[in-house]
Design a protein around this ligand. Structure first.
Ligand SMILES: [Zn+2]
Ligand SMILES: [Zn+2]
Length: 231
């Protein structure tokens, strides 16, 4: 019976009495039995009420809305997973992330050595707005050979909920302005995936240094933004 709770298909065969394992030979009889049984989702203890036949259970679990989220903090290989309240507390306590209440923001990014571009600058701020949490990422990387800065928002929740919100970002100076309007991406999408799809405000370094004023040796960007709920 212990096979019935196994998480991975296919089920290997062990001959009775001999304890001799036949490697990867599939036990079709056992798989048939498993198929006919309804089993609880492995995230039952996290709130999932659903029951499934063995193979649809495995499929469901890959997309179960109760499955834990990965820590949204970028720039380190953090392996922490959990529900949203757990991750919010983790970001605050373990990553010392800035937390803000409210749906508008006005954020200054200062960097004294803007020449160090590749994955060198990145910041995360968490906004608590509409009773939800949003991660504002800001970072530097090379777009082809062009050094750029990018700011984008991720929603701490599932994709279908993320779509209920929109956000805007603005940066500028000296009579010029870049404006981005977008839809926050769920933290189910990795930070890397969002970045690589350029789904956010991309600022070329030359323009960023121009907006920074001064002698172009220091990055001083003021990014303003707003999050709103779509009707
Ligand atoms: Zn489930
Ligand atoms: Zn973490």
């Amino acid at each position: 019976m212990s096979y019935l709770s196994a998480q991975f298909a296919p089920i290997p065969c062990i001959l009775p009495y001999t304890r001799f394992e036949l490697g990867n030979i599939r036990c079709l009889a056992l798989e048939k039995v498993a198929e006919s049984l309804e089993l609880p989702c492995r995230f039952q203890n996290l709130g999932c009420p659903d029951m499934f036949p063995y193979y649809s259970k495995l499929k469901h679990e890959q997309l179960c809305r109760f499955r834990p989220y990965n820590c949204p903090y970028a720039g380190s290989e953090c392996l922490v997973t959990g529900d949203i309240p757990t991750l919010v507390a983790h970001l605050k306590n373990d990553h010392k992330v800035d937390m803000h209440d409210g749906c508008t923001f006005n954020h200054r990014y200062v960097k004294s050595n803007p020449q160090e571009v590749e994955n060198a600058t990145w910041m995360l701020t968490v906004f608590n707005c509409f009773g939800q949490h949003f991660c504002l990422h800001f970072e530097a990387f090379l777009l082809g050979i062009a050094p750029v800065y990018m700011a984008f928002l991720r929603f701490m929740g599932d994709d279908n909920e993320a779509k209920n919100f929109s956000y805007s970002l603005e940066v500028g100076g000296y009579g010029r302005k870049l404006i981005w309007q977008g839809v926050p991406r769920s933290i189910r999408d990795s930070h890397r995936k969002v970045r690589d799809s350029y789904d956010g405000l991309v600022i070329h370094r030359n323009m960023a240094l121009f907006f920074s004023g001064g002698n172009r040796q220091e990055l001083k960007l003021r990014v303003t933004g707003r999050i709103w709920r779509e009707q």
